[in-house]
Design a protein. Structure first.
Length: 151
């Protein structure tokens, strides 16, 4: 007799209760294992393709001649707004050893504080040990929103 089959006033046997409890306990143990297996089978690149275009904020949140670091999936992206009001987006990860770059408005360049790499406002490496320029992102401005996607 199961719990669902029990009529009011009937008793459930100890064996029936323990079998249901054992099944529930086994399910609780197997759920994390199944979750890990599914996460292993589905590669992260496939999961990131789902979010290939993202709204990263409002235009008003990035003042003129300054920058802001935001997340695009799990990658830090730096949004920079020049004096003409144009917004550009680059990967905030230095191409030398993966440190996060910062924008300095005094010389209008990106600087990596780890090893001294310098990138211009177009992401091109102009100093230091960085071998490649910063990865650019496509930026679309829709109303007051900043829409960013990979090139």
């Amino acid at each position: 007799m199961t719990i669902a089959d029990a009529k009011p006033g009937e008793l459930i046997t100890r064996k029936g209760f323990l079998s249901k409890a054992l099944i529930a306990w086994s399910g609780c143990l197997l759920f994390p294992l199944l979750y890990v297996i599914v996460r292993y089978i589905i590669p992260p690149t496939l999961r990131e393709k789902v979010m290939a275009v993202m709204n990263l904020g409002k235009i008003s949140e990035v003042p003129v001649d300054s920058a802001r670091i935001v997340k695009f999936n799990k990658t830090p992206v730096i949004l920079v707004r020049n004096s003409e009001g144009q917004i550009k987006a680059f990967s905030a990860v230095c191409t030398h050893l993966g440190c996060i770059v910062e924008y300095r408005s005094d010389d209008k360049n990106f600087h990596c504080n780890c090893h001294g790499s310098v990138f211009d406002v177009n992401g091109k490496n102009i100093g230091g040990p960085a071998p490649k320029p910063l990865q650019p992102y496509r930026v679309e401005l829709k109303e007051d929103n900043i829409i960013v996607s990979k090139l």
